[in-house]
Every structure is written in C-alpha cells, then in structure tokens.
Design a protein around this ligand. Structure first.
Ligand code: UDP
Length: 236
C-alpha cells in the first residue's frame, strides 16, 4: 500500500539533462516518466512541478547582466518547455497528463485553475504545473511548496542528484552521513539546505513534509511513495 494518496513531485530542470550539457535528454526523460507511471499505477495522484535550469535560469549563465525580472520570466518560459516535453513523454508512455501554466499562454497550455487541477487529479490524470509561481524572484521549489499546499498534497517530493540531506557535503567530506529523517527546526539549526528559504518556510508553516531523494536511483521514487527509508524526510 502506498503511504500517500496525493503527492507533489518537484523535478529540477537539470534532472532532464542526463549526461548532456543542456536541454532534454531523451533516454533520461523516458526513464523518469516510467518511474512516475509506476506510482500512478499504484493509484497515487501525482502533480509535478518542473524547473527550467537545463534551459535558462534567471540568476546565472546567459542571464548575467540582464534585468532580473525579465530574466526570471525567461526562466519561467523554460519551465513551460520542460512541462510540454514531460507531458508529451507521458502521453507516449500511456499516462494522461495535463499541463497548467501560471502564466497565460492560452494557445500553448491551459491556465492554472485550482478546481480544474483538483478535478484532473481526482480523475487520475497527472498534472504538470508550468511557469513556476508565475512571479519573478521566486523559484520552482517555491512553486512546488505553493502548489503542494494548494492541492492538499500530503508531501513534497524533491528529486535531486543527491539521495537525501547529508550532515556535510558528501562530495567533499567522506564522514558525511545521510539523515533518514529530520525536523524542520533541526534542519534550520544545523543550517541544512533542503529547499530554498521561501519554499522551506512555506512547507514549515503549512506542516507539509518534504522528502529529498535521488531521481537517478532506480526505483527510488516508488520506494519513497511506499514510505520506505529512502532519502531524507523533513517533518514537523
Ligand atoms: N522562476 C521564476 N519564478 C518562479 C519559478 C521560476 O522567476 O516562480 C525562474 C527563475 O529565473 C529560475 C528559472 O525560472 O531561475 C528556472 O527555475 P529553477 O531555477 O527553479 O529551476 P531548476 O533549478 O529547478 O531547474
């Protein structure tokens, strides 16, 4: 039995790159979608927020020197591209998905309307939230926390490259250990980076737990959804 009925999965844009330098790696996105399919087949309602860092970020790379808000809008448009790619791969893999955008681009995707999103989830469709929060100066982590709270997700699953939250950077410190579970307050006092500060505060206020895990570990998503000791659970 899955541990959750409804989840919000946050995928970073970089998760779609695979070993490529930028953009969307075909084999990687297909594998990711297959992992999502596995949990939808278990009856879990899945909403996804996808980042855009594989294409454009408002604070790095090609955006240096740009007006911040303009660059952020470009970043949000990048998440729309990723959302379309993700939803289309889902279609190819037999999942019914709907993309909803926080920025109106009606000819391309439908706008985000909360009751509609809830209806899709109840119908067993995967909902992909595009364009982040729709506002500059935010991140897709914050969009994940926000939409997660709005749709009544039981948990935000933050898929990263690392398989959880560690006591130190595991790449630099061989003594670093993974936390199996940790409270919001402990994460703050130990100065551990789980989500960006705004997203973290929102989850904490809403008592919305977060699970940090690696999307690159085969079957990890399913183990997380089954409530197994995979990654790090951040709880109240
Ligand atoms: N962004 C934004 N507002 C949001 C979400 C995203 O302005 O609510 C912009 C921001 O410029 C960000 C970019 O979109 O750098 C891509 O999102 P993010 O960096 O969160 O993607 P990820 O790191 O997860 O790939």
């Amino acid at each position: 039995m899955p541990a959750y009925k409804r989840i919000l999965l946050k995928l970073s844009g970089e998760a779609l790159m695979g070993d490529d330098a930028y953009g969307i790696n075909r084999a990687t996105i297909v594998r990711m979608v297959q992992e999502v399919r596995e949990i939808t087949q278990m009856g879990v309602e899945v909403a996804v927020v996808i980042g855009g860092g594989n294409i454009f970020r408002g604070v790095a790379g090609g955006s240096v020197g740009m007006d911040r808000a303009t660059a952020d809008y470009m970043g949000m448009l990048a998440t729309v591209m990723n959302s379309l790619a993700l939803a289309d791969t889902m279609r190819q893999e037999g999942i019914t998905a709907r993309v909803m955008s926080a920025i109106a681009i009606e000819q391309v995707v439908e706008p985000y309307v909360r009751p509609k999103a809830l209806q899709y989830l109840e119908e067993g469709k995967v909902v992909v939230f595009a364009a982040g929060t729709g506002n500059p100066f935010f991140t897709t982590d914050t969009a994940a926390a926000l939409r997660g709270a709005e749709i009544g997700a039981e948990i935000v699953l933050k898929a990263t490259k690392v398989d959880g939250v560690y006591s130190a950077d595991p790449k630099k410190d061989p003594e670093a250990t993974r936390y199996s579970r940790i409270t919001f307050d402990e994460a703050i006092s130990k100065n551990l980076q789980v989500l960006d500060a705004t997203a973290f505060a929102l989850c904490r206020d809403q008592k919305l737990p977060i699970k940090v895990f690696s999307i690159f570990k085969q079957g990890a998503l399913k183990r997380v959804v089954m409530g197994e000791d995979e990654g790090t659970l951040v709880h109240v």
